[in-house]
Every structure is written in C-alpha cells, then in structure tokens.
Design a protein around this ligand. Structure first.
Ligand code: ASP
Length: 419
C-alpha cells in the first residue's frame, strides 16, 4: 500500500472516531478528555507537527543554497523570482475576486444572530514596514524565529557567493549537497509516522468540534468550503493547462500526499518538506526552481486564506448590517492581498490577518468571534488549497523555464513511497 493511501484511510478513521466521541458525549467525560483527546491524541499529533517544523528551517536553507548554486546562470534567479511573484499575486487576486463576488451575490451572513457573538480579542499583526524589514536579518535569529523570508534571502546570497568563490565555494557546495541528501532521508523517515499522527490530529479536532458549530454557521461554512474546492479543482487545473499544457489530472493525483499533510497540520510551513519532495520527486520540477518557489509560496501565497477572508468580510458586514461600498471592497482586495504576503503559513494565521482587513474596511474586529468556532476545520481545508497553489505556480514557472522533467511528471510511480 502507498503511504498516501494509508494517510487518507487514517484521516477518515480519525475523523469518524472523533465524531463518535463527540456525538456520544464521551469526550465530555473528564478521563477521555484529559487522557485521550488532550493526552494521547494531542501529544502524538503535536510531536509529529514539531518533527516537521524541526526539518523546515534546515531543509529550506540547505535545499535553497543547493538550488541557487545549481543554476548555471545566476541571472535566471531574477526571472524565476519575477514570474513566481507575478503568478502568486495573480492566483490570490483571482481567489479574492471569486470569493467576494460570490459572497456578495448570495448575501452570506444576512440575518445572522450577532447577539451570540463570543467576541474576539485582537492579536498583534505585522505592519507592512515590519515585513519589509524582516527580509534581512541575522540568519541565526531568523532561523530561530522561523522567519522563512530572511532565511530564503540568506540562502540565495550565500549560494551566489559560493558560485563566485572558486575552490572554497566548491568545497562548501559539496558539503551542502551531501547535507541535503541526509535531510531528505530524514524527511522520508518522519513521513512514515504520518498515518498515526493524522489519525490522532483528526480524532482530536472532530471530538472537540462536533457538528453543532457547523449547523449554526452552515451558510458561511459551506460557502467557504465550496469556493475552496472550486479553486483547487477548477481554477488551478485551468491555469495549469492553459499556461503550461501539463495534465491537471496527473497533477492533482500526485498532490494527494502533500494535500493530506497540509490538511492534517493546518500549516503550509510545516508541510514544506512534503510539498518540496512532491514537487521535485513526484512532479519532476528541478530543485533549483522548487527549492525557491515552495518555501516562498508557503510564506507569501495563500489563496485559500484569501478566499476565507473575502467571504468572512462580507459575512461580518452583512451580519452587522453594513452595506459595503465599492471603495471598501477595493480596500478588502488590497489589504487581503498584502496580508497574505506578510503572514507566515501557520495555523490560524488567516484570522490574525483578517483583523487588518476588517480594520481597513471599517468593519468591527469582534465580528471574527462569530466565525471562530469553526475556523479550525476551514483552516485545514484552506491550508490544503494554499499549498496546491504553491505547487501549481511552481509547475508553471518550472515548465516555462525549461526546468521540468516531463518524464517524471507523467510517470505515475515517480517518487511514490511504499510501506
Ligand atoms: N494555516 C494557513 C496556512 O498555513 C494560514 C491560514 O491560517 O489561513 O497556510
């Protein structure tokens, strides 16, 4: 059996177990809550997510360093960077456009009961200037804080210097090439634990969430869910086909593994090791492109998040009886795009970003309290969309630069992990 199949079975089984615990009220019993849901399940899931996080910084650094040194013409870096950024912005704009139009058309949130709002305490977000300044930092500090943008900048600069440094540069390159292989080995080892972890994570989420929360917010929930699925299964495949001529079906099939990791972890950052492996070994993208576009995308490209924010803004405006003006809508588009650039791919980052969007659009921040209860479930789904977007753009850019091995792309068995 392939590992991906095992993970999917584990996900479904975990969700079912969680639902059973919730529906039978077993999760309300203290022993089950303390020892099973918040004990066993929590520890297993969290250990796995932390193991992925353990890999992210060294993996991004080493693999991007190797990627940069493998580019025979350093000028290519500019062209890859420019195209990647343009496509990331384009996909986010499409996501927002579709989400806002649809949410406004169906009037999501009209008639919602705001008297039940549990409220929301604003959390500290980053200003645009802070984001700009965080691009360059002491590398040790950036690594310790998980500031991936600064790690990316450092890895590229060091990679470029290594190619210019003659013999000394070659020695460093050889060392990191070997290091890269060792880290990829560790990625593989850790991935074998994924089915158990995903089972535990989903069992905990569903045991705690239940179905009542979804019932009361079904309009919002299913609008976001439907749009996320539409974006992943219609917009990305269309873009991939039109802009690169690659088969969308093959792409979606090969993304199954990475998508289930994103779903289980709710973090694009923690999923980087898996997305990167999928791009290079399953989809045939050259490391020199993927090692840049995947971590870059995990940090700045969040189309699923943009969809949630578009719908949430309209939902909150309608719930509070505010008629959004055209200027406010333009503000939402601008702020949500900027916010998705400035935030890290970690769980619930989208909610913190939503504060800024609401603030600029002149809407009440405490409105976030209305949608808080079911955000965990939507976070899982939008993270899956976020990384699918990163991989789509990666394939389009790689293909346009002649950095894609189409035999690997078309080979169904390429990079499959078997148990
Ligand atoms: N969890 C999402 C991600 O990592 C961000 C969000 O909260 O929307 O991509």
């Amino acid at each position: 059996m392939t590992l991906t199949k095992k993970i999917i079975i584990a996900m479904v089984a975990g969700a079912l177990l969680g639902l059973i615990l919730n529906l039978t009220d077993l999760n309300a019993q203290q022993a089950v809550d303390v020892y099973v849901v918040n004990g066993l399940f929590h520890v297993i899931g969290q250990l796995f997510i932390q193991a992925l996080k353990m890999l992210v910084v060294p993996l991004v650094f080493v693999s991007l360093f190797c990627g940069t040194t493998a580019l025979r013409e350093p000028a290519m870096l500019g062209s890859i960077g420019g195209r990647t950024l343009a496509f990331y912005l384009l996909t986010t704009a499409i996501a927002l456009g579709i989400a806002l139009t649809f949410a406004l058309l169906i009037g999501v949130g009209s008639g919602a009961d705001i008297s039940t709002n549990p409220g929301y305490v604003a959390k500290e977000g980053k200003t645009f200037i802070e984001v700009l300044l965080s691009l360059i930092d002491n590398p040790i500090n950036a690594m310790a804080e998980g500031n991936l943008l600064a790690v990316i900048v450092f890895a590229i600069l060091l990679g470029l210097s290594a190619t210019l440094a003659g013999k000394a540069g070659e020695q460093v390159i050889d060392f990191f090439k070997a290091f890269n292989e060792v880290i990829m080995k560790l990625v593989m080892l850790i991935m074998h634990f994924a089915p158990y972890a995903v089972f535990a994570i989903l069992a905990k989420v569903f045991a705690e969430l239940g179905v009542d929360a979804i019932k009361t917010l079904s309009g919002y929930f299913f609008t976001v869910l439907g749009l996320l699925i539409f974006h992943a299964l219609v917009v990305y495949p269309l873009l991939l086909k039109l802009l690169s001529g690659l088969s969308p079906l093959t792409f979606l099939k090969k993304m199954e593994g990475a998508v289930s990791f994103a779903f289980g972890t709710s973090s694009s950052n923690a999923t980087i090791p898996v997305t990167l492996r999928t791009a290079t070994e399953r989809l045939g993208v050259d490391r020199s492109v993927a090692s840049f576009t995947i971590p870059f995308g995990a940090t700045i490209n969040m189309d699923g998040t943009a969809i949630m924010q578009g719908v949430a803004t309209v939902f909150i405006a309608n719930a509070y009886g505010v008629d959004l003006s055209t200027t406010q809508i333009m503000m939402v588009v601008l702020m949500a795009t900027l916010a998705s650039i400035g935030s890290a791919g970690v769980p619930s980052a989208g909610l913190v970003m939503l504060q800024g969007v609401l603030l600029q659009a002149g809407l009440p921040i405490e409105g976030i309290g209305l949608i808080l209860g079911i955000d965990r479930l939507l976070d899982m789904t939008r993270t899956a969309v976020n990384i699918t977007g990163d991989a789509t753009v990666t394939c389009i850019v790689a293909k346009s630069q002649g950095k894609m091995d189409q035999n690997t792309y078309n080979d169904p068995a390429a990079g499959v992990i078997r148990e």
